[in-house]
Ligand binder design. Structure first.
Ligand SMILES: [Zn+2]
Length: 340
C-alpha cells in the first residue's frame, strides 16, 4: 500500500509537470494544424459554390461570410473597432475601370502583456472569378491555400488562449480582398489601419503554399521565403531558428532578388515577387514582412487550380512553420528590430 502511494505521488507529479510544460509549448498547438482540416476547409472554400471569389461579386460575399462564420465558431472576435469582422470599402479597379464594393475580413486576438504591439498575418480572400465561357477559377492554391492556413493558425492560437496561454502581443488575422485587381484590399487597410502601423511589428503574408513548382519536383520539402531579411535581420533570424527547431523545410530565398527570372506567360521575366502580393503594402510602410510562396505552376490563374492537386501534408508542414514563427514573434521579450 505504501509503495503504491509513493508510486501514485510520482505519477501525479509527473503528470502535473508534463501537463504544465505542454501548455506552454507551441508544439501542443501546432499539432492542431492538420492536413485533414486544411483539406476540409479548402474543399468548401475553393468549390464551385464560391464562384471563383472575384472581388465585388456574389462569390466574394460567400467567401467573407464563410470566414466570419469560422471565426464566430472559434469564438475569436472581429478586428474592427466596434468588434465587427467586416471592413467594407469602395475600390477603383484599374483593370476594370469601375468602382466596386468589397470587404476585408478581420479577426483579432488581444495580447496579454503588450496588447498595443501587433502581428498581422494576411492571405487574400479573393480570386479571379469565372471565365467568359463559364469555367470557374477555383483558386485552390491561389489563395485558397493561404486563406485556410490562416483559419488553422487562428484556431491554434485560440486553443492556446483557452488553455490559458494568451499571446503577449496581439494578432490580427487579416483576409484581404482585391489582391488580384492590384493589391487593393491590403492597400486599403494600410491606408486606413485599424491598428497603428508604427506598432505593427511584422506582417506574415501567405499566398500560395499548397503546390510544388517545376524546380522542386524532386525535392518537395521546400518553401520560398521572400523579404525576410530586407527590413529586419531579427525577423529573418527568428524564421531560420523556428524552422531549424521545429519544421526543417528547405527555405529557398532565390526570389529575394527581384531580378531573378521566372518563366511566366510564355517567356522569362524578372520575378518581382516582393512587389506582387499583399505584404508589399506593409513593407512600403516599414513593417518587416515575410512572403510565403510555393512558386508558380502550370495551373496558376487557370480553371485547373483545383483542390485535388493540393499537397495537404506539405501544406500542413508549411503552415506549422508560419505558426512557430508567429508564436515566437508574439511571445519573445524583445520587439523585432528594424535594420538601421
Ligand atoms: Zn495570390
Amino acid at each position: 500500500m505504501k509503495k503504491l502511494t509513493i508510486f501514485f505521488c510520482i505519477m501525479f507529479t509527473a503528470c502535473v509537470t508534463s501537463q504544465d510544460n505542454s501548455v506552454h509549448s507551441p508544439e501542443t498547438y501546432a499539432a492542431s494544424i492538420t492536413a485533414e482540416e486544411l483539406k476540409e476547409h479548402l474543399y468548401t472554400y475553393a468549390s464551385d459554390e464560391f464562384e471563383g471569389r472575384e472581388t465585388g461579386t456574389s462569390g466574394e460575399i460567400k467567401a467573407i461570410n464563410y470566414l466570419k462564420a469560422q471565426y464566430e465558431a472559434l469564438e475569436i472576435q472581429g478586428g474592427m473597432p466596434n468588434g465587427d469582422y467586416f471592413m467594407p470599402m469602395s475600390l477603383n479597379s484599374y483593370r476594370d475601370d469601375k468602382t466596386i464594393e468589397a470587404t476585408n475580413v478581420l479577426a483579432y486576438i488581444e495580447g496579454s502583456e503588450k496588447p498595443n504591439e501587433l502581428l498581422v498575418i494576411t492571405a487574400h480572400l479573393d480570386h479571379i472569378g469565372v471565365e467568359d465561357d463559364g469555367q470557374i477559377n477555383n483558386g485552390a492554391d491561389d489563395d485558397g491555400s493561404g486563406t485556410v492556413a490562416l483559419l488553422e493558425l487562428a484556431e491554434a492560437f485560440q486553443m492556446a488562449v483557452k488553455a490559458g496561454v494568451r499571446p503577449k502581443r496581439s494578432i490580427l488575422f487579416l483576409h484581404v480582398t482585391g489582391e488580384e485587381k492590384g493589391l487593393l484590399g491590403s492597400k486599403y487597410y494600410t491606408d486606413n489601419p485599424v491598428y497603428p502601423l508604427e506598432n505593427t511589428v511584422a506582417n506574415l503574408n501567405i499566398d500560395m503554399i499548397g503546390r510544388i513548382d517545376d524546380l522542386h519536383e524532386d525535392n518537395p520539402n521546400y518553401l520560398y521565403l521572400i523579404g525576410s531579411d530586407i527590413l529586419s535581420q531579427d525577423l529573418h533570424d527568428v524564421s531560420v531558428a523556428m524552422n531549424d527547431a521545429y519544421v526543417n523545410l528547405e527555405l529557398d530565398y532565390r526570389y529575394n532578388d527581384p531580378t531573378t527570372e521566372v518563366f511566366e506567360r510564355g517567356r522569362y521575366r524578372e520575378n518581382r515577387y516582393y512587389y506582387r502580393s499583399d505584404h508589399y503594402n506593409f513593407a512600403k510602410n516599414e513593417v518587416p514582412v515575410i512572403f510565403y510562396f510555393n512558386g508558380t505552376h502550370e495551373d496558376y490563374h487557370a480553371p485547373t487550380d483545383t483542390v485535388e492537386k493540393i499537397e495537404y501534408a506539405l501544406m500542413e508542414k508549411r503552415t506549422r512553420l508560419i505558426f512557430h514563427t508567429a508564436w515566437e514573434i508574439v511571445h519573445r521579450d524583445e520587439r523585432l528590430r528594424l535594420k538601421d
